[in-house]
Write a protein that binds this ligand. Sequence first.
Ligand SMILES: *[C@@H]1O[C@H](CO)[C@@H](O)[C@H](O)[C@H]1NC(C)=O
Ligand SMILES: *[C@@H]1O[C@H](CO)[C@@H](O)[C@H](O)[C@H]1NC(C)=O
Ligand SMILES: *[C@@H]1O[C@H](CO)[C@@H](O)[C@H](O)[C@H]1NC(C)=O
Length: 519
Amino acid sequence: MASNSTISTPSFPFLLLLILVVALLSGSGIVPTASGKELSIREATVLDLQLAFKSNQLTSRQLVEFYLKEIKRLNPVLNAVIEVNPDALAQADRADHERKAKVPHSLSNLHGIPILLKDNIATKDKLNTTAGSFALLGSVVPRDAGVVKRLRKFGAIILGKASLTEWSAFRSSNVANGWNARTGQGKNPYTLGNPCGSSSGSAISVAANLAAVTLGTDTDGSILCPSDFNSVVGIRPTVGLTSRAGVVPISPRQDTVGPICRTVTDAAYVLEAIAGIDARDNATIEASQYIPRGGYAQFLKIDGLRGKRLGLVRASVEFFLGNHTFQKNAFEKHLKTLRKKGAVLVGNLKLDLDKIYAEYDTEFAALEAEFKLSLNDYLKDLVVSPVRSLADAIAFNKKNPKLEKLEYGQDLFLLAQGTNGIGQKEKAALLTLETLSKTGFEKIMKENNLDAVVLPTSKFHHVLAVGGYPGVTVPAGYGKAGPFGILFGGLKGSEPKLIEIAYSFEQATKIRKPPPLKF
Ligand SMILES: *[C@@H]1O[C@H](CO)[C@@H](O)[C@H](O)[C@H]1NC(C)=O
Ligand SMILES: *[C@@H]1O[C@H](CO)[C@@H](O)[C@H](O)[C@H]1NC(C)=O
Ligand SMILES: *[C@@H]1O[C@H](CO)[C@@H](O)[C@H](O)[C@H]1NC(C)=O
């Protein structure tokens, strides 16, 4: 195995990849600062990497070394990574060894691939799991999160933890997107501005090539919005499709763990690895009916748009984009592409967005009570922890006002602490949300026999979140204010269709460009 000299003597597929990436970078006027060796890894997909592994042109160790170097170089500005795994190189060596020995799981697509996890996803190793808060630093989790167990089984390398909006944006309504006490402000690699949240670090990292793939979590927009803002692909899976066991929670009704990646293909492979039944999350049992035999990769079809019925909520364009003319025009162009690729656009669907978005308070009434119950359960289950309850976490912030920047407040914590289980008010709120979904989104989907809806922005996430529905966002353009995506959403279990649609759109447009990172 000529692992050390391989990259300097690239063979055909790797050379092709190299040329492609260099062409891509120079095409956008970027002067590469790194060596050619590093450029070849930048923007590589999971399949590119597997191909390079298999033809002995790259080792997992070299790949991890590349990402560790890039994290060291870029993280001081981007604040996208909270901790790197001290065992990542050892895991890489093991993967390299297993590949040589041809152990069965080394054939998995994620084998030897470095992944960053949002810092609310528990790992039973040297990494902390803190949701960005010092209140959880030094806590010891009882076991790996359900999704982490699966990733390890497939041989993925846990590269580290990605930053996030602290407590997944459920501490305070005044905390900026992408801010947490442990790393400070995460930055959008395209604009150095707002990365959106709360899975900010995952989206920033994968956009800036600090990892091959990442995981985020989504309660209401936390995968879709940062993916949209950072020009990457995010899948918010149907609630229960992926286990939430071992994830610092907000709501068992809305929380879901999903991939944030540079391509639809990478995201499909990650989803395939993490979806499945976990005895520690009962919602995975019912949702397992949605997992297709043979996995998700079979839906990566170039003609995946052919014959798809896509709903268009015309009013959403004005509702969400106001006078963002550039983005509106881009959306109109994308609609033409969707049609050209064989999709049937069904419009003008009536969905009362004013009414749905006026019910944010209702959603919060439910979330506050659910958060207290489920966070207290999570904290009680820890082996060791500085805080054992939401009340302790509130007290911790008061005791450490500088460390935790208490000037940003903790209003959501306090509101949640004031709840007392699922009472009359919460039951009414839950009923309202359910009715909104059944008579709104679900109704238009079924009455029009739709495969998905298409939206010009991830801001539609609220409609999907309250009903536990899935969504996929794909890069759709670059405006003055930064990158933006296009969103496809569907009914529970519609991931196969969403992947077909998203992949076909991605391949027809190929919009994603890596961030310039000129600093
Ligand atoms: C986890 O936190 C402790 C402090 O409690 C720190 O010493 C340790 O380095 C952290 N782990 C990693 C992998 O950064
Ligand atoms: C899952 O459901 C079973 C049967 O209803 C119950 O005994 C168990 O406690 C549940 N597990 C969890 C983690 O909620
Ligand atoms: C259009 O944009 C301008 C400038 O950003 C803003 O001041 C104005 O309120 C916007 N108008 C509408 C109708 O959204």
